[in-house]
Design a protein around this ligand. Sequence first.
Ligand SMILES: [Zn+2]
Length: 354
Amino acid sequence: MKRSTWLTLALTFVPTVALAQPAQAERLRVGEVVAGPGEKASGFIAVPDGVDAGTRIPVTVVHGTKPGPALALIAGTHGYEYTAVLALQRLRARLDPSRLSGSVILVHMANPTTFYGRRIYYGADGKNLNRVYPGRADGTLSDRIAYAITTEVIERSTHLVDMHCGDGNESLRPYSYWQVTGDRALDEAGKEMALAFGLDHIVIDRERPADPARTVYTSNTAVRRGRPAITVESGGMGLTDEASVRAQEAGALSVMAHLGMVEAPSLRVERPLWIDRAQVLTSPATGIWSPVVDKMQSVATDTLIGRLTDPFGNLLKEVRAPFAGEVLYVVATPPVSEGEPLAFVGHVTEEEPR
Ligand SMILES: [Zn+2]
C-alpha cells in the first residue's frame, strides 16, 4: 500500500482504537502489594498472629495498561502440591503488564507453613484449608488464611482458577472441576474457563454449598460471590515433572487468552470427557493401604481398587469400584486414617452437559 494511504488509515484508526481501549487508571492493591497501570509488583499478604502464629502469603500483582478482567490464580493451598507453585514462578517471569488487558493476581503459595512443613492435606491446626472458606479473622491459622484470601484476593478478582494436583500421597490424572449452580450465565462462563484451561477430563460438580457464608472451598467462595471459577488438578505424589508443571502454566495462559487479557494461543479442549458422576472412596478404618489400580485406569463395577490391612497384615477391607469409570486419582502410599480418601472414580457421560 502507498505511504499516503497508510498514513490516512493510521490517522483514521488510531483514535478509534484509543477510544475502544481507554487506559487503566486505578492502582490495584492486594495485601501489602500495590501495582499501578503497567506495573508488576511482588510482596506479601500478612496473616497476623492470633490464637496461633500467623504467616505471610507471597503474591504478585501484574496490572495491565488496559482494562479487563482481574484473574486470580491460586497455588499451594495444599502443602505438598508443587506443580502450580512452580508454574506461577514461570508465569510471573513471562507476564508483561505493558501487554496485558486487566490484571492477574498470582498467589504463589496460599499455605506457606504447610509447604515448608511438607504437610499433606492439613495444617498444624488440623484443618484442611480448602474446607474452611470463606474463613474467619478470629479462627486458627487455616481460618485466617482463608479469610485473607477471600477478602484480599477473591473479592478483588473477577475470575479465579484454584490450582491443585494430587497431594503428596495421591497418584492423579489431570482433570478440572466445572461447578454448576443453576445461574446460567455464571455456569456458562465457568464451563468456558474449564474448556480453555485445556485438561480433557472435566468433572461436573453440582454439590457445592450455596450459602456465601459457608462456601467451604476456594473456588466455590468465588462462584458464590458471582465470579466464574474453576479448580484444576495436574500432577501429584510430590513430583515436579515437566508435563504437569507445563500443563498448569499453559492452562493459565490459555484462560487469559480466552478472557481477552493476552494475545496467546488458546488450548481449548475440543473433545472433553465430561464426568457426570464421581465418588471419593474413603477409608472405613485406619490402616495400611495397598492399591491395585493406577491413575488413568478404567474400571468396571466392583473392580478391586485396593486392600486395607491392619499393621500385622490382616485384611480389613477390600475396596471396590462403586460403578464403571475412570480412576481420577488413587492414594499410592500406605498410611490412611479412617475417613480419608483412598481413590476418586469418575463416570464419563456421552452427553454434552447443560
Ligand atoms: Zn489440593
